[in-house]
Ligand binder design. Structure first.
Ligand code: IPE
Ligand code: IPE
Ligand code: MG
Length: 269
């Protein structure tokens, strides 16, 4: 038998310990600064870079997606800590559904697990977080739809925080399905074309009762919207960060909020 002590702790060099302490202090300072300023009512995140992260770390593609899922679980704590009430994350676009079948299958397994896990997460019930999926869910396999139903059902009466997962979501598709629904109402004589206004369109989008996003945050260094919340982002502030999603640190997240707080929003005035 080996004489090694059980669970030996990895030794840390002095440099590493100091760097960690300095990082923690920076995080703490930023956090208290942020808490004194306006927190976005609605933060939307494009969680990009899972596969590049996997490649860069010698991991399988699916492990990159898994790390991405774990990062999202961690992000929820950060949002609660700063008091962010509405969070929408882009988990899968309508275009992502055309990736190779094996990858789509891997992602669907992770989504199933993720919705089930969040529905049973004590944080969700302690903080009264309502979980919803936004997107054309009929395009998802039955097991994912079932897990979504479970999460939405278990959290339907929660009203303190709103956690939305955009899945099989496309901004253009969102607008299209709203147009179709309004056209049906016109056809049935319930709505006059002149009565169609911005509020009516907003109310027919997947985001319905949610405020428009104040801040859209994208990781991975790509600076584009990739068909996310097209109508809703009319006056959103945009923030791009080079870190790949699974590698996001709390400090990166806090910096995004801090940067947002320093901006002057003008809405064309
Ligand atoms: C984001 O990471 C997750 C999804 C789009 C499902 P990617 O899978 O796009 O990874 P990269 O951007 O190719 O590195
Ligand atoms: C956007 O990322 C979609 C999600 C993060 C879910 P993509 O990786 O699909 O976007 P492109 O292809 O770089 O524009
Ligand atoms: Mg990508």
């Amino acid at each position: 038998m080996s004489s090694d002590p059980p669970n030996p702790r990895p030794r840390r060099g002095l440099g590493e310990t100091l760097a960690q302490a300095a990082g923690d202090a920076m995080e703490q300072r930023l956090l208290s600064q942020i808490q004194g300023g306006p927190i976005p009512r609605h933060l939307a995140i494009i969680m990009d870079g899972n596969r590049r992260f996997a490649r860069g770390h010698g991991l399988l593609r699916v492990e990159g997606h898994l790390r991405g899922k774990e990062k999202l679980e961690e992000l929820l704590n950060w949002c609660l800590e700063v008091g962010l009430r509405t969070l929408t994350v882009y988990a899968l676009s309508t275009e992502n559904l055309t990736r190779d079948t094996e990858e789509v299958h891997e992602l669907m397994d992770l989504f199933t697990e993720s919705f089930r896990k969040i529905a049973d997460d004590p944080r969700v019930h302690r903080h009264r977080i309502r979980v919803r999926a936004l997107g054309s869910r009929e395009r998802l396999p039955a097991r994912v739809q079932e897990a979504i139903r479970y999460a939405e059902e278990r959290t339907r009466d929660h009203d303190q925080y709103f956690y939305n997962v955009a899945i099989a979501y496309g901004g253009r598709e969102d607008i299209l399905q709203a147009i179709r629904a309004i056209a049906r109402e016109v056809e049935q004589g319930r709505v006059k074309p002149e009565a169609i206004d911005e509020a009516m369109v907003s109310n027919h989008l997947y985001t319905q009762d949610l405020p428009d996003p104040d801040l859209i945050f994208r990781t991975s260094g790509e600076e584009r919207i990739s068909n996310f919340l097209l109508w809703q982002s009319a006056y959103a502030e945009l923030y791009f960060c080079d870190v790949l999603w699974p590698g996001l640190r709390k400090l990166d997240f806090l910096r995004a909020i801090h940067d947002y707080q320093r901006r002057q929003r003008r809405y064309g005035a």
